[in-house]
Write a protein that binds this ligand. Structure first.
Ligand SMILES: NC(=O)c1ccc[n+]([C@@H]2O[C@H](COP(=O)([O-])OP(=O)(O)OC[C@H]3O[C@@H](n4cnc5c(N)ncnc54)[C@H](O)[C@@H]3O)[C@@H](O)[C@H]2O)c1
Length: 323
């Protein structure tokens, strides 16, 4: 099996590549893995250092919006796992254009190439944010999409396009929608690495609004395990939720990070709430649990402790990124 991973130098994509090559995911060992990544600000070749010498790995620097590059990269692969995206909500509020370009047009460019080349399977990595916000209960996969930020709207566009290629062209497409990830190698603009690195540097952390927004936190390893199960055994044209971590308010998360870094509430600066801030996300994961035997394996306490320790031990990775 030859696998093309887009965005494989980013946070989640690189975990997928490292684990795929190490053989720690519930899917057959690949004969070859090609990473196609533009290396935007959040892409980092150092994320692939642990597997750099694996002869099965090829890195191609390129833009998923560039049809010629994509056509060449897609040729000869059996599976595409599509992570590449502009991924930060706050940046999408500052400027939506790169989000629409990469997330929508880039995905369409990839889908067209996969269709032309008859690629066996297209795994589209989407997000729970496409549903908007839910006060009580949890979303099932057939819930209507109602995204609120330019990021989530562009992800909803790409998610629906992927499903349209299944319905229209009969392409073997599967879509995963996951909750908030955390873990090592996450770019220090996202809340957990931002807070941890600020605290380790003796600084303060910005807490949005009343701190009452709720997110389900899942370790990146569990996200990758879920994607591998869907890649291997998911039914064509289906959407699968990946989640089942721990739901916390941002205030509760902050308390845990302060404790892990030995800091107090005097290090927290309240800031004006994010525009259009979704209040709560919550995924029903019965489908992937029952059909594919998925359940999360890393509990939040252990995962957060390991993550904080990783940022303590790897200043050389994150200090240049914060500058
Ligand atoms: N982080 C989360 O909590 C989370 C949760 C659910 C789903 N997702 C989805 O998972 C995927 C990966 O997210 P992440 O957190 O690893 O993001 P990330 O920002 O860390 O990585 C994105 C990667 O895509 C690359 N990229 C961006 N634009 C590109 C382009 N035009 N062409 C080629 N490569 C490009 C970047 O260089 C980077 O390596 C995204 O599709 C995101 O929507 C993320």
């Amino acid at each position: 099996m030859r696998v093309l991973v887009t965005g494989g130098a980013g946070f989640i994509g690189s975990e997928y590549v490292r684990e795929l090559l190490r053989g720690s995911l519930p899917v057959a060992a690949p004969a070859a893995v090609t990473v196609l990544d533009k290396l935007t600000y959040s892409g980092n070749l150092a994320n692939l250092d642990p597997v750099r010498d694996d002869p099965r790995l090829t890195f191609v620097q390129g833009d998923i919006c560039d049809a010629a590059v994509v056509d060449q990269a897609v040729a000869g692969h059996d599976v595409i796992v599509h992570f590449a995206a502009e991924s930060h909500v706050d940046r999408s509020i500052e400027g939506a254009a790169p989000f629409v370009t990469t997330n929508v047009l880039g995905t369409q460019t990839l889908l067209d190439a996969a269709l032309r080349h008859g690629t066996g399977r297209f795994v589209h990595v989407s997000t729970d944010e496409v549903y908007g916000s839910i006060e009580n209960g949890s979303w099932t996969e057939d819930w209507p999409l109602a995204p609120n930020s330019p990021y989530s709207a562009s992800k909803a566009g790409s998610d629906l396009l992927a499903l349209a290629y299944f319905r229209t062209h009969g392409m073997d497409v599967v879509v995963t929608r996951c909750s908030n990830n955390y873990g090592h190698y996450q770019f220090p603009e996202k809340v957990i690495p931002l807070f941890v690195t600020n605290l380790l540097d003796g600084g303060t952390v910005p807490l949005y609004g009343d701190g009452g927004n709720i997110r389900d936190w899942l370790h990146v390893h569990d996200h990758c395990r879920g994607i591998a199960l869907v890649q291997d055994k998911g039914r064509p044209g289906e959407v699968y939720h990946i989640g089942g971590g721990t739901e916390l308010t941002n205030k509760e998360l902050t308390a845990r990070l302060l404790a892990a870094c030995g800091a107090g509430w005097d290090r927290v600066t309240p800031v004006t709430d994010r525009k259009g801030h979704d209040r709560r996300y919550s995924l029903d994961i019965s489908k992937i649990s029952q059909e594919l035997g998925y359940s999360p394996s890393v509990d939040l306490e252990t995962g957060l402790a390991q993550t904080v320790q990783w940022y303590r031990d790897n200043r050389a990775w994150w200090e240049p990124l914060k500058r």
